[in-house]
Design a protein around this ligand. Structure first.
Ligand SMILES: [Zn+2]
Length: 310
């Protein structure tokens, strides 16, 4: 696994599935920002090989592909785990993780997470603006939406770790649909982060980018393109299952495993909820089936005006 310098004492690991920043505290101690996924093996060994010690992991959120090496790093180095408190609570029980990954069924949760529970050492509050580790202060920017209490961090070198608030333009060009817990709040967070005067932005999936506003524009355009696509398919009053089916076929999605199927339904469900939140669809119950109807003019959405204040 290669390490690449960003600025000052801020570096990143070019891990197989993620860009994972770290900050050198001095005397061989480092602070890691997220700890990668199951596929990002060798993180512990990487720091051992460099004679370094991971003093802390600052987690942006609790998703499986950002916390996988938390416990191994704690066991190897005594790393202290920092996490937004709403996300940390869910990591402590299987039912908490069921809430995190709803509607994935409990049997799968038990299989996947049986050995993955952990308790964070330090909780980051919903109004907290900084954390200090080993004498270094990292700014905390509250960026909820992608997950219930996602945060971004700014290292003392003014390098922002955006976590999953932004995806790289490369991923946006390939992804049929991306997960967001609540689009309405995620949109605000993307804009909030883009306005930060940081020297660069590290994106978990993946890369380092100098222009936060350009990243935000690309991500917001992607979101609205998915919204427009959903509205296009809603050419008549449709049930939730009919909307899912239209998008499954239209986007070429695959429900190959219960996990993947549930995840995809989750992503599409968030889009429907966004249309309800922004009053683009109405909902009524017809003979026991909830039916969604596009309101007149729903597609007349001026995306570019959304981007003007960036
Ligand atoms: Zn995530």
């Amino acid at each position: 696994m290669e390490r690449i310098h960003i600025k000052g004492d801020t570096w990143y690991l070019d891990a197989p599935r993620a860009t994972i920043p770290f900050y050198k505290l001095g005397d061989g101690a480092v602070v890691l920002l997220d700890s990668g996924s199951e596929g990002d093996t060798g993180i512990v060994e990487h720091f051992q090989a460099h004679g370094e010690r991971v003093a802390a992991v600052l987690n942006s959120h609790g998703h499986l592909d950002h916390v996988h090496s938390n416990v191994p790093l704690r066991e190897a180095f005594g790393a202290e785990i920092w996490m937004p408190k709403l996300e940390a609570a869910m990591q402590e029980s299987l039912l908490g993780l069921k809430a995190e990954y709803d509607p994935i069924n409990y049997h799968i949760i038990q299989q996947v997470f049986a050995d993955a529970l952990f308790s964070a050492d330090h909780l980051i509050g919903v109004d907290q603006t900084s954390v200090t580790v080993g004498g270094a202060t990292f700014r905390v920017i509250q960026t909820p939406g992608h997950s219930v209490s996602h945060v971004a961090f700014v290292t003392p070198d003014n390098v922002c770790y955006a976590g999953d608030v932004f995806s790289s333009p490369d991923l946006l060009s390939r992804a049929r649909v991306l997960y967001t817990f609540c689009y309405a709040e995620d949109l605000k967070s993307k804009k909030r982060l883009a306005r930060e005067q940081c020297d660069c932005f590290v994106v978990a999936h993946r890369g380092v980018f100098s222009d936060g506003a350009e990243l935000a524009r690309a991500n917001i355009r992607y979101l609205y393109e998915r919204v427009e696509l959903m509205l296009k398919y809603m050419d008549r009053p449709m049930s939730r299952e009919e909307i899912y089916r239209a998008l499954f076929l239209g986007l070429g999605l695959h429900g190959g495993s219960p996990w993947k199927e549930s995840n995809t339904v989750n992503m599409l469900g968030s889009l429907i909820e966004f249309l309800q939140t922004t009053r683009r669809v109405t909902t009524e119950c017809r003979d026991g089936v909830f039916v969604y109807t596009k309101v007149p003019g729903a597609e007349q959405w001026d995306i570019e005006s959304e981007l003007l204040d960036l």
